[in-house]
Design a protein around this ligand. Structure first.
Ligand SMILES: [Zn+2]
Length: 391
């Protein structure tokens, strides 16, 4: 470790080490395991399996459209990322096949999309599941409901080794599951719920754990998103509207973007701290009143890094908002970059990654999915790519 008088930085480094991406044992054929380069999107149900329904609104149709919209956002924003869908049309896909598609492709991430329904019509909100042991009867019921689709498969007893989706005893096996990707899955799940709550104004029923067969069978981080209750009239209308489904897809996309950046940044951050002396911090704000460390355009240039600076992305929206302080909690150093269909908002320009990291920590108070980015020659580049270029 190098000498460093800045306790903030040490804290952040310690945090980054603790949170670092666990080594995984996936195919070595993949060029760089620390990149999120292949995503499998899994719209639940399909074909003879409608999922849950309310009137003529069927889960299989709602979740397919959300999945396609989500994939479209990812492909448009990150052309280098490959998106694979477990289905793109109204067809029946067995649960084991969904996991098989993701495993064979050696995917970096698995996102399963569903909608819910219960007997009580007032129940509403979104919840995102990771694989684990249910902590309540409600969570077990969701898993039973989603897993029961295997009853439509031929020979499900053999395929799932005697697993009975409707028997509570079957779920005891999930107590024993060792999921090496759990931390990453939870971080994506948290980001999704944050986006739903803050951006889409959905009721947050939180991140939960339960025994979903499809998550049990994948060999990568994965989540199962319940996008709302078709049994609740206003939520059904929301999900049945094109705008509602688009908002849900955009929220999941924004969470994905934050997740991707954080995963890739954690792996590159170590490299940077190993061979770079930290720059002095210009100014560190305290408390919730976030003050920028530097103002836009004032990024100091370090030798040999002519047009490189770091910034903090705080959000991505379809709308173009004026970057005035009154629109951003008093921040006077917000700038915006527009791409087709999406505008991203950044705070500050920092000459060192460390300063950007510290300001990100402060910005997280108000912008829960803030993350650090880099710009080279005024183009947004991933921190990972930047590190590769340096080496
Ligand atoms: Zn479902």
């Amino acid at each position: 470790m190098k000498k460093n008088p800045l306790k903030y930085l040490l804290l952040i480094v310690a945090f980054a080490v603790l949170q670092s991406v666990p080594a995984n044992n996936r195919s070595e054929a993949k060029q760089d395991d620390s990149l999120v380069s292949l995503v499998v999107i899994d719209p639940g149900h399909g074909g003879i399996d409608s999922g849950t329904s309310s009137g003529d609104v069927e889960e299989k149709d709602i979740v397919l459209d959300i999945a396609l919209k989500l994939g479209n956002y990812i492909e448009r924003t990150f052309p280098e990322i490959e998106v694979i869908y477990t289905r793109k049309t109204d067809v029946f896909i067995p649960v084991y096949r969904r996991a098989e598609i993701a495993n064979k492709a050696d995917a970096d991430l698995f996102i399963s999309i569903h909608a819910n329904a219960v007997d009580y019509k007032y129940v509403h909100g979104t919840e995102t599941f990771v694989l684990g042991q249910h902590s309540s009867e409600d969570n077990l019921q969701v898993a039973k409901k989603e897993n029961s689709v295997i009853l439509l498969e031929d020979d499900y007893t053999t395929t799932y080794e005697g697993f009975d989706p409707n028997s509570s005893e079957s779920y005891i096996m999930f107590e024993l599951v060792q999921d090496e990707y759990k931390e990453q899955s939870i971080s994506l799940a948290n980001a999704i719920q944050n986006e739903f709550r803050l951006r889409t104004k959905r009721k947050d029923r939180s991140v939960k754990e339960a025994g979903f067969l499809v998550l049990r069978q994948i060999a990568m981080p994965g989540v199962l998103v319940e996008t709302g209750f078709l049994s609740n009239a206003s939520e059904r209308d929301f999900l049945n509207s094109n705008n509602g489904r688009d908002q849900i897809a955009l929220a999941i996309f924004s969470a994905f973007e934050a997740y991707k950046t954080n995963v890739e940044q954690k792996s590159s951050f170590h490299l940077v701290t190993d061979d770079e002396t930290p720059q002095p911090i210009e100014k560190v704000a305290t408390g919730a009143n976030v003050t920028p460390a530097t103002t836009p355009g004032s990024a100091e240039k370090s030798a040999g890094e002519e047009d490189l600076f770091y910034s903090v992305q705080i959000m991505a929206l379809k709308q173009k908002i004026e970057t005035t302080p009154e629109n951003f909690n008093g921040l006077d150093n917000v700038f915006r970059i527009d791409s087709p269909g999406i505008s991203r908002y950044f705070v500050g320009k920092y000459s060192s990654l460390e300063n950007a990291e510290i300001n990100k920590e402060l910005l997280l108070v108000r912008y829960e999915s803030a993350f650090v980015v880099a710009f080279k020659n005024n183009e947004l580049i991933s921190l990972k790519k930047l590190q590769e270029n340096k080496n």
